[in-house]
Design a protein around this ligand. Structure first.
Ligand code: SF4
Length: 366
């Protein structure tokens, strides 16, 4: 028996090539993409009514459309929504919808934080996801599914569409490069999800070569780098990626300079403050200098403790001093204090959002 091809795991060009093998014109691939990634996606080839009946039959016989199953939907006190979604392998990933509410409780901005892998191979010592190790790459369709699901939730709960997407959930997006690129194409194409690329940010631990690739392949997409320490030895102590010459701070700095020059966009440093480790004036001073060299702004994150990991969150006093130090040196700095935003503000922090932190509002979806 012929094995079935998952069309939602294919990029646009792969789908065109697959359709061409069936003797069909390229534009049939575009019709299929529109069905698969419509506002209300279609998961049955029989429902793709603008395709000839003969092609629908062939598709039903030879192809499938993999999808994520929503397991639970949980709402935090600050209206942050987290979903657990199950992959065909039985493993689960997490996606978060973070609302920015005005004083009347109306959503001004709705950001979806997506996962790109199950677990992560990078092993950062402060990270809950890193403790899981790498388990599985997500397909392009599984990444887009997370956005589609949260889009529906956003409309139901907040009466408006999502405004931003950040790749800051589980996994290192640049280690699942092709699937992430394909998902960016689908998320931004006007025939499918149609988001502005300027409203999408990919966050990386700092894979220098891939940062250069991203500048070439997706120059309009925002880049965030999880920095967490401005010195080689300190960064190597908490982020194993920094121990290789190909991806240490020196290599990363060169790649970031290339990215900002090639794209004309400033990048963002994600910087999680750990008490007594990376929150001194000396750290702030070195961070400010690095920001000027690579044209970066800083997003400071208050660390949420992970059971079994000894780092502590910095104090409010230290946070304010650190922030003031950066501002005084002309660095644009923001800080995320609220729980929901904290959780999604840096890669690997998602696993901190435990059910005990959330309201009892749980919906089971089939
Ligand atoms: S912080 Fe990011 S890159 Fe590091 S282990 Fe966690 S998920 Fe992976």
């Amino acid at each position: 028996m012929r094995s079935s091809v998952d069309l939602r795991a294919l990029s646009r060009s792969e789908l065109e090539a697959w359709i061409a093998e069936l003797g069909e014109p390229k534009w049939r691939a575009h019709q299929i993409l529109r069905w698969m990634y419509a506002e209300t996606p279609v998961y049955s080839f029989a429902s793709m009514t603008n395709l000839p009946a003969s092609l629908r039959e062939i598709l039903t016989e030879r192809a499938c459309m993999g999808r994520l199953q929503v397991q639970t939907l949980l709402t935090a006190k600050d209206q942050t929504v987290k979903t657990l979604m199950q992959l065909p392998s039985g493993r689960s990933i997490e996606t978060v919808l973070i609302p920015k509410l005005d004083s009347q409780g109306k959503a001004q901005r709705l950001t979806v934080c997506v996962s790109s892998q199950v677990g992560c191979a990078m092993g950062c010592t402060f990270c809950a996801t890193g403790k899981m190790g790498f388990q599985e790459n997500l397909t392009c369709g599984q990444i887009v599914d997370q956005v589609s699901c949260m889009r529906e939730v956003a409309r139901e709960r907040f009466g408006r569409d999502i405004s931003n997407v950040v790749f800051m959930g589980m996994g290192e997006p640049l280690l699942n490069y092709q699937a992430v690129l394909s998902s960016l194409e689908i998320l931004t194409h006007p025939d499918t999800i149609g988001l502005s690329p300027r409203r999408i940010t990919v966050s990386t631990v700092g894979l220098a070569r891939r940062i250069r690739d991203l500048a070439r392949d997706a120059p309009k997409i925002g880049l965030a780098v999880s920095l967490h320490a401005p010195f080689e030895s300190k960064r190597s102590g908490i982020m194993p990626v920094n121990r290789s010459e190909a991806t240490d701070l020196a290599a990363l700095e060169s790649a970031m300079k290339h990215h900002t020059t090639a794209t004309g966009r400033r990048l963002t440093f994600e910087y999680c403050l750990f008490r007594g480790f990376n929150d001194s004036d000396k750290d702030a001073h070195a961070l400010a200098r690095l920001c000027h060299r690579v044209r970066a702004k800083v997003n400071l994150i208050m660390y949420n403790r992970v059971p079994g990991i000894s780092f502590e969150r910095t104090s409010e006093v230290r946070l304010n001093a650190f922030m003031a130090h950066l501002s005084a040196r002309g660095v644009t700095v923001t800080v995320r204090r609220s729980r929901g935003a904290d959780i999604a503000a840096a890669c690997g922090q998602l696993a901190n959002l435990r059910e005990t932190d959330l309201d009892k509002h749980i919906q089971n979806k089939s």
